[in-house]
Design a protein around this ligand. Structure first.
Ligand SMILES: C[S@@+](CC[C@H](N)C(=O)[O-])C[C@H]1O[C@@H](n2cnc3c(N)ncnc32)[C@H](O)[C@@H]1O
Length: 248
């Protein structure tokens, strides 16, 4: 089994990944981000939506949102969050390497480093191609992730994150001359320790620009924050936006 197919990894470490603080931060960013401001009623596909941290506030902002994720349990949590907030969203259980709905969306988003998971670089590119095919002409793709440049400032420094009743120790190892990295996570609670590892591609801004172009996107731009700040030495994330051209 590939690491991202392992639901135990997502549920076991959901206390680190899917925290109330992250939910609040995502809601704030959706309410204020110029990069996430679309016309009311825009059709939005949230690739790898997880528990709906971006799906729910985007639906609340008046977009018609569909979340797609591999894991039913996470989709059920996302649907429950939307129901509790009184907003409508649709959910699809699918693999983003295969999920395509031709010209059905005005916007595709892929948030919080949900990209680069596949062992084969071509599969990662396929996710961008699927987004391009799923967009109506004039539509846009926004990918938000840790890039090679932003990751380089802290990769290699082990981190400890407190979780209720325990802690998670995270250690990163750079692989294949910076093409990929491995993260080893250990959750320690009482006298029990659980371990998980994941291996991802980590792309630079230049590499992602090239991949967006290969997938058919135009007007490709990079940002360092979801406020639309520049992708410069202070950037902590990379946000890439590309447009699917309208026919001439
Ligand atoms: C880091 S989480 C981010 C989730 C969400 N975007 C957020 O901001 O909280 C990555 C998500 O990707 C999903 N995922 C992993 N591999 C996938 C695949 N092949 N197809 C669809 N979803 C996948 C996981 O189930 C998980 O929910």
């Amino acid at each position: 089994m590939n690491w991202y197919e392992n639901m135990n990894l997502w549920s076991g470490f959901s206390e680190v990944l899917f925290t109330p603080e992250r939910a609040r931060a995502a809601a704030e960013v959706v309410a204020s981000s110029p990069l996430l401001a679309f016309p009311p009623g825009s059709r939005v596909l949230d690739q790898c939506c997880g528990v709906g941290f971006f799906t729910e506030p985007m639906a609340r902002r008046g977009y018609r949102v569909t979340g797609v994720d591999l894991h039913r349990e996470l989709l059920e949590r996302a649907a429950a969050v939307c129901a509790a907030a009184g907003v409508k969203a649709s959910f699809v259980q699918a693999d983003v390497r295969e999920h395509v709905t031709p010209e059905a969306y005005d916007v595709v988003v892929n948030m919080y480093t949900s990209f680069g998971y596949f062992d084969d670089h071509e599969d990662n590119l396929q996710v961008l191609r699927n987004a391009h095919r799923s967009l109506a002409p004039g539509g846009r793709l926004i990918v938000d992730l840790l890039s090679k440049e932003t990751y380089a400032s802290w990769a290699g420094t082990p981190k400890i994150v407190d979780v209720p009743g325990g802690m998670v120790v995270m250690r990163d190892t750079i692989l294949d001359d910076w093409a990929r990295y491995r993260t080893d996570w250990t959750l320690v609670r009482g006298d029990r320790a659980e371990h998980a590892s994941l291996i991802c591609y980590v792309y630079s801004a230049a590499e992602l620009r090239e991949m967006f172009a290969q997938a058919g996107f135009e007007e490709i731009e990079c940002f360092g924050t979801l406020d639309g700040g520049p992708y410069d030495a202070r950037a902590t994330r990379l946000i890439v936006r590309g447009i699917k051209a309208r026919p001439a």
